[in-house]
Design a protein around this ligand. Sequence first.
Ligand SMILES: Nc1ncnc2c1ncn2[C@@H]1O[C@H](COP(=O)(O)OP(=O)(O)O)[C@@H](O)[C@H]1O
Ligand code: SF4
Ligand SMILES: [Mg+2]
Length: 431
Amino acid sequence: MTTAIVVVVVLVFVAVLVWAVADATRRPAHVWQASGHSQPGWIAAILIVPLFDVFYLVSLRPELASLQQSATTEPHGPPEPQLRADGQALLRVEDLVVEFAARGGQKVHAVAGVSLDILEGETLGLVGESGCGKSTTGRAIVQLPPPISGTVTLAGQELTKLGGTALRRLRPTMQMIFQDPISSLNPRRKVRDIVAEGLEIWSVGDKASRSAKVDEVLDAVGIDPANANRRPHEFSGGQCQRISIARAVVTEPKLIICDEPVSALDVSVQAQIINLLQDMKARYGLTLVFIAHDLAVVKNVSDRVMVMYLGKLCEVGVPDALYERPSHPYTAALLAAIPVPDPETKPDSEKVLGGEIPSPLSPPSGCRFRTRCPKAEAKCAQEEPQMREITPNHFAACHFPLEPGEALDFTKAGTGAFIGLEDGADEDDDV
Ligand SMILES: Nc1ncnc2c1ncn2[C@@H]1O[C@H](COP(=O)(O)OP(=O)(O)O)[C@@H](O)[C@H]1O
Ligand code: SF4
Ligand SMILES: [Mg+2]
């Protein structure tokens, strides 16, 4: 962009120069004599001024470039207060933005300025409804694909600025486990080869030590190494997720992003896999991001829980505080949606969040949750609530956070007069 500006300005100067020289050359000799100057002297003067300007502009290029850089990397709004001091975190994500191109030149605002950090050995639970941007956040952290802006710092290394080779070298230190274990394993390869793949790509040790490591991790996840020559379809869903976990830990990563690792499994198997992840965390010294759409799933495994809605974080806290005293109406709605294990207990319609998550093509103005929030007031449409500390270490982005024990009536959600279609938030957009 900067180069283009300089090129255009230079071309304009050259055109003016050519015109001025041609004009001066055309004038008859008596015009020069009457002015008291020589013709070559005028031409030199015409040439010197614009040439000086061109050289000056070219010399300004570095300043123009740095100005442009600072304009594109300027953070959106104030820094997120839930971040802990610099240097404490293994992973620090600041102002992450991910957008996807959609039909008609529109943009899907999948992640809109998310900031988070995780201390070494912590588990961070990331929760929200389907489509709120959890997987996109997880993938942007491991740079698959990189975010359009924001920073991701893992063990002191800023990943978004790294080129291909430097980033590939760091790949073994950050792994992902996906929701559907069967489709995330290559059906044509033997389980032994699937688990060994990371070691082979990175030429870790020799063939014998690689084989011993594969046996060790398979044994650790509860798969008999004697069955490692079978293919994934010969195992159950839960066993396939164990194999995925073995594949993730074999390279001894620092960070694993578990993207809904139990959502596709039978309820009876879910607890086994969650316990296995806890064991692996202790055994291999892992730091985990645990993504789920259900607050109940992450409660017992997380050191900190973050609730996400339509590309933004709305509440952050330790599980006890967040589950006992939710501050954000959306967190309260998610908690109310946790099923009670009693067939006689029917869901309370006043506590159930209705409606659909709005389209990320044109999110509502102000607070993104306002179209479904029973506490919404005019301010919620006009001003975006910023994340702030409600009680120590408990943060929420809400203009009117809930008081402890305050009940919400979700049957009244979205009926406020100010909640209109003026910003297109409720239009029936297709993504
Ligand atoms: N590759 C893509 N192209 C276009 N839109 C996408 C793409 N990936 C995700 N999205 C959109 O981004 C939003 C967030 O998606 P996702 O991160 O998968 O949500 P979640 O994991 O919370 O269910 C959704 O609206 C989804 O449709
Ligand atoms: S800012 Fe307003 S609309 Fe948003 S959650 Fe709080 S009360 Fe509801
Ligand atoms: Mg997802």
